[in-house]
Design a protein around this ligand. Structure first.
Ligand code: BTN
Length: 323
């Protein structure tokens, strides 16, 4: 329906980089200036940030990127991811709720997503800063048809899916082993994989994905400002989280099918195309030691392959890389 409100939004969108006067708006819309002002207040209540400057007029600084069960379901065309969505404005951690739901039998592909996490979890017991309105904080429940040994490969596959989505959007993201997504030399996204398994059977995997999307520099946690970034900081524009979320779900389905049909080989090759520091010297830190070696890639299980100075090769399943 072409309401005054929709027409107003369209005009404001056409004036993203300049101010438009109240007079001009009132003429274009055929309403009084007081009515224009009322519409502006209503837009603000809906999450638009509007600059109103005397003698210049109005300009939209930020349009809402509100997540809700409705917006997340809107135009969703996945086969199995997100067919069941649990959305909350605020959670301690999507990971905790997803694990609890998985224990209670939540179906393959269920997604738990929050606008804000008050106790977001990172890898290695670290916390994950997850402020409201600016990031993607979600956990996917996967009930795989493969065994626990392959779980690490699935995490690498998830990193490939995320990188594909960024690159489809002209964002030159890279992967830092094993599954951190980097942009402009800083961390943009992280993946936390948690598994409930018996010896040769996975009950479920909860794949937690955290992506910094629309934070400005001052909205990045000061403790990590020198090493973390957001899509907005790197691209100078705001992104619609809901669109990216759908792209990620779709791409994860593609990568998952590829993995089930053809195994890890192609995903591994693609992972290496995106890898940071491949063929370069890195510092590897394990719980017992820190040493330097050349990063040669990942093996068949997704393990890290390093070449020592004496030419020997070593394979590590857990380490932190720095350079
Ligand atoms: C990392 O440390 O790199 C992994 C970060 C994973 C963060 C995500 S945000 C959604 C999900 N819920 C959590 O509490 N953590 C993961």
């Amino acid at each position: 329906m072409d309401t005054t409100r929709n027409r107003l939004i369209r005009i404001l969108q056409d004036h993203k980089t300049s101010y438009i006067s109240g007079q001009n708006l009132s003429e274009q819309l055929g309403i009084s200036r007081a009515a224009v002002w009322k519409h502006m207040k209503a837009l603000e209540a809906d999450g638009y940030e509007i600059d109103a400057v005397p003698r210049k007029g109005y300009q939209v600084r930020r349009s809402p990127d509100k997540l809700s069960k409705n917006t997340l379901n809107w135009k969703l065309d996945t086969e199995w991811i997100g067919r069941k969505i649990i959305f909350e404005e605020e959670l301690d951690s999507t990971q905790l709720l997803a694990k609890a739901l998985a224990d209670q039998g939540a179906v393959h592909g269920t997604v738990v997503i929050a606008d804000q996490q008050t106790s977001g979890k990172g890898t290695k017991g670290r916390s994950w800063y997850s402020p409201a309105g600016t990031g993607i904080w979600m956990s996917l429940i996967i009930r795989p048809e493969f065994g626990p040994r392959e779980a690490a490969q699935l995490t690498l596959a998830a990193a490939v899916a995320l990188t594909r989505v960024f690159r489809q959007n002209d964002i030159e993201a890279h992967i830092k082993w094993p599954n951190d997504i980097y942009l402009g030399g800083k961390k943009l996204a992280g993946i936390l994989t948690e598994m409930q398994a018996e010896q040769d059977y996975i009950q479920h995997i909860v794949l937690g994905i955290g992506i910094n999307i629309n934070q400005t520099v001052s909205e990045i946690n000061p403790d990590i400002r020198n090493k973390a970034t957001s899509l907005r900081i790197e691209t100078n524009k705001e992104w619609k989280r809901q669109e990216l979320i759908h792209l990620i779900w779709k791409e994860f389905e593609n990568v998952y099918s590829l993995y089930i049909e053809k195994g890890f080989q192609e995903i591994r090759d693609e992972w290496m195309q995106y890898a940071l520091r491949l063929g370069h010297r890195v510092k590897a830190a394990t719980p017992s030691t820190v040493f330097e070696a050349v990063f040669r890639g990942i093996g068949e299980d997704g393990e890290l392959i390093l070449e020592n100075d004496d030419g020997s090769t070593q394979r590590l399943y857990s380490a932190e890389l720095e350079w």
